[in-house]
Design a protein around this ligand. Structure first.
Ligand SMILES: Nc1ncnc2c1ncn2[C@@H]1O[C@H](COP(=O)(O)OP(=O)(O)O)[C@@H](O)[C@H]1O
Ligand SMILES: CC(=O)N[C@@H](CCC(=O)OP(=O)(O)O)C(=O)O
Length: 277
């Protein structure tokens, strides 16, 4: 089976980094790798909810969703953001096809007291595999559906981690609006390399806040499910994305924190399944 890469496009980017994303995907396809995109849309949902006069709280980086709120969430994620991303990628010659997780891809596992917010239950890779087999790049909105047919709001990081695990992807790359995971947020100390166990310890020590909680949780669950390497990089930084996508780093043999001109720069955070060097 050819190599598979899952890219999670953070809503925090608000569409920035689209050219970098298209370039990264084009390169992967040219190298014969399969690519799946999962997108978020948090800030845009917040704006749409405000326009609708709805305010929904976050608990540990996950939005608690009411029934009225869910109609807004689904419209923004499955129609607006998904449609615009697919259109933009197609405009860059990427054969993208949109999927809502609710269309038989993501099973929702509702949590008591969280309304229409759920975690990921079973992931069915059938529709994704069909699109991949046709040479397409599936672009997935993080909506889930339970057995009764109700749709649920699922954090996009958690959806991406679960999709990567279910597909047997070799790596998952989280594109966001910061240069990576800060070990110390106040002092902006970037975590460059980490093992899953180190990251797990930092999470247990409450070192992460807001949106970084589901992101780190998703990294850990993807690695547990067999994904070799996870990256968190600034999606607006084409060089950082190129670093995260370069073949060969998944097995840890090459370490190229190099800018290409001899100087060394930080491209982002890399987390490996196995203990780092
Ligand atoms: N330790 C940390 N390192 C990096 N970012 C952090 C950390 N703790 C909290 N954050 C916040 O997490 C945000 C990224 O998560 P999120 O807002 O969910 O973005 P996205 O839409 O890209 O998933 C950053 O903009 C930052 O404000
Ligand atoms: C349950 C939950 O938190 N759902 C998220 C879904 C979108 C998302 O995760 O977008 P980002 O990737 O931009 O954070 C939300 O309502 O914001």
């Amino acid at each position: 089976m050819t190599d598979c890469v899952v890219l999670k496009m953070g809503g925090s980017l608000e569409g920035a980094g689209l050219y970098a994303l298209a370039g990264g995907i084009a390169r992967c396809l040219w190298e014969g790798r399969r690519v799946v995109v999962v997108h978020g849309g948090g800030p845009r949902i917040t704006r749409a909810l405000k326009e609708a006069g709805i305010e929904l709280p976050f608990v540990n980086g996950e939005r608690i969703t009411t029934e009225a709120g869910m109609a807004v969430v689904e419209r923004v994620l499955a129609r607006e953001v998904n449609g615009e991303l697919v259109q933009a990628l197609c405009g860059q010659e990427i054969p993208a096809v949109g999927l809502s997780g609710a269309d038989g891809v993501i099973g929702a596992a509702p949590l008591p007291g969280r309304g229409r917010t759920a975690r990921v239950g079973l992931v069915s890779t059938k529709a994704i595999e069909r699109a991949l087999a046709a040479g397409m790049v599936p672009v997935i909105a993080p909506i889930g559906r339970d057995e009764a047919g109700l749709t649920y709001n699922i954090n996009a990081d958690l959806a991406a981690g679960a999709v990567a695990g279910a597909l047997g992807a070799s790596r998952v790359v989280f594109l966001t609006d910061v240069p990576g995971i800060y070990e110390d947020w106040e002092a902006r100390v970037l975590l460059k390399e980490a093992s899953a166990s180190t990251l797990e310890q930092l999470l247990a020590d409450n070192r992460f806040h807001q949106g970084m909680i589901p992101k780190v949780t998703a990294v850990l669950s993807a690695l547990k499910a067999g994904v070799s390497t996870a990256y968190v990089v600034n999606g607006a930084d084409a060089a950082a994305l190129a670093w995260a996508l370069q073949p060969g780093t998944a097995d840890g043999e090459t370490d190229t924190h190099e800018a290409g001109n001899g100087s060394v720069r930080d491209f982002g955070t890399r987390i490996r399944q196995l203990e780092a060097g």
